[in-house]
Design a protein around this ligand. Structure first.
Ligand code: HEM
Ligand code: NAG
Ligand code: NAG
Ligand code: NAG
Ligand code: NAG
Ligand code: NAG
Ligand code: NAG
Length: 327
């Protein structure tokens, strides 16, 4: 953790970035051009089918790639199942409602049939996340490939994932140890333009916020009318109901998330917190009023950056045959 943090800081310093460029260059956009030239077409074809049948899976694939990259780097560790002796990341508390594992296994199986022992699960997930955004009418981008799969997945390491209650200081800190800056933070938070959250994830903002136990005890930074609206959907103990994070266009990748943040109608405290730093605030305000193509380009850039976090390359790790279990 300490060493990784230091590395991430070094990487953000310009001259070192150039120096380390050579190690990073092991990921490339044409990594499988000889060994599996159709990899991207195979994934895209499957994704079109998957999203046609289950449009609500686009958001979980995007979120899963984020969770993968923030814990042990983008190494597919989020996909591993627990074993008799180990509790894996996906069984930790912050896994909350990660979904779509079965679909990932199906895409991986197609790739194993076409190109055995070649495409890592970490790369499959990166491609599925990219296609999820594109199929939600968002941007697309070249995915750098050649990640290898890790063999370790430990539940308690998910503490590196920012919680929805995080304030701006904590968010900046948790992103910066991964080599991501303020701009990446505000841009990638825009992923909340698609998808849903469980009532249980936001109920602390609606009920008993500070422990006073009365109905006025709510998150002061959420719009009062919106609190009423969410309360009508979410009872205090509801663990199952889902709310749209970007109501009205939660299946469409657009800039309306930023508009909800400005109106204090975003799902999480962490979304609201983007208004409390001058840089992230300016970005939110600008994009609440459009500038969609700029957001799309920024999102593509930050996703490529996120997809590079602590990747395994060369002889590190392995190419898993199935994503839920090490070889
Ligand atoms: C900035 C810090 C972030 C925090 C605190 C955060 C937190 C959360 C939480 C708590 C949920 C809802 C879980 C549930 O109740 O089901 C969620 C959903 C989601 N997050 Fe984030 N997230 C953050 C950043 C990101 C990033 C960087 C991405 C991707 C680039 C992302 C993509 C998503 C997506 C797509 C969903 C919807 C998932 C679904 O529909 O099942 N989030 N996030
Ligand atoms: C992996 O674990 C999940 C639950 O944690 C279970 O539903 C699933 O069947 C497991 N997958 C395999 C292939 O064992
Ligand atoms: C998430 O973790 C909980 C335990 O905290 C576990 O019961 C649940 O099966 C996990 N969900 C998935 C999708 O693995
Ligand atoms: C996390 O889990 C690992 C193995 O499961 C254990 O060795 C370690 O002590 C745990 N760390 C913390 C902080 O709980
Ligand atoms: C953020 O949260 C941390 C830990 O709870 C706290 O120490 C810090 O004062 C908070 N910072 C802001 C700006 O609210
Ligand atoms: C409200 O929070 C306080 C302090 O955490 C707790 O003692 C109380 O039981 C909570 N009330 C309800 C209805 O959950
Ligand atoms: C919600 O989950 C908690 C703990 O996971 C459980 O005790 C409670 O019965 C659940 N409530 C509902 C309404 O399902």
């Amino acid at each position: 953790m300490e060493i990784r943090g230091t590395l991430a800081v070094l990487i953000t310093i310009f001259p070192y970035f150039l120096l380390l460029g050579s190690t990073k260059a092991q990921l490339s956009v044409d990594y499988y051009s000889k060994t599996c030239p159709n990899v991207e077409e195979i994934v895209r074809k499957e994704m079109i089918q998957i999203i046609k049948v289950a449009p609500s899976l686009a958001a979980p694939f995007l979120r899963m790639h984020f969770h993968d990259c923030f814990v042990r780097g983008c190494d597919g560790s989020v996909l591993l199942n627990s074993t008799k002796t180990n509790v894996a990341e996906r069984d930790a508390i912050p896994n909350l409602s990660l979904r779509g594992f079965g679909a990932i296994e199906r895409v991986k199986a197609k790739l194993e049939a076409a190109c055995p022992n070649t495409i890592s699960c970490a790369d499959v997930l990166a491609l599925m996340a990219r296609d999820s955004v594109w199929l939600s009418k968002g941007p697309t981008w070249p995915v750098w490939l050649g990640r290898r799969d890790g063999r370790i997945s430990i539940a308690n390491e998910t503490h590196q994932l920012p919680p929805p209650q995080a304030n701006i200081t904590e968010l900046i800190q948790m992103f910066s140890v991964k080599g991501l800056d303020l701009k990446d933070l505000v841009v990638l938070s825009g992923a909340h333009t698609i998808g849903t959250a469980k009532c249980a994830t936001i109920s602390d903002r609606l009920y008993n916020f500070t422990g006073l136990d009365n109905l006025n005890d709510v998150d002061p930074f959420m719009d009062k009318n919106y609190i009423d609206k969410l309360r009508s959907k979410c009872s205090p103990t509801d663990n199952t109901t889902l709310i749209e994070m970007d109501p009205g266009s939660y299946k469409t990748f657009d800039t309306s998330y930023y508009n909800y943040v400005v109106k204090r109608r975003s799902a999480f405290h962490s979304d609201w917190a983007l208004l409390t730093d001058s840089f992230t605030r300016a970005y939110v305000l600008k994009h609440a009023n459009g500038f969609e193509s700029e957001f799309f380009q920024d999102f593509a850039d930050s996703m490529i950056k996120m997809g590079n976090i602590d990747v395994l390359t060369g002889n590190q790790g392995e190419i898993r045959k199935k994503c839920y279990i090490v070889n």
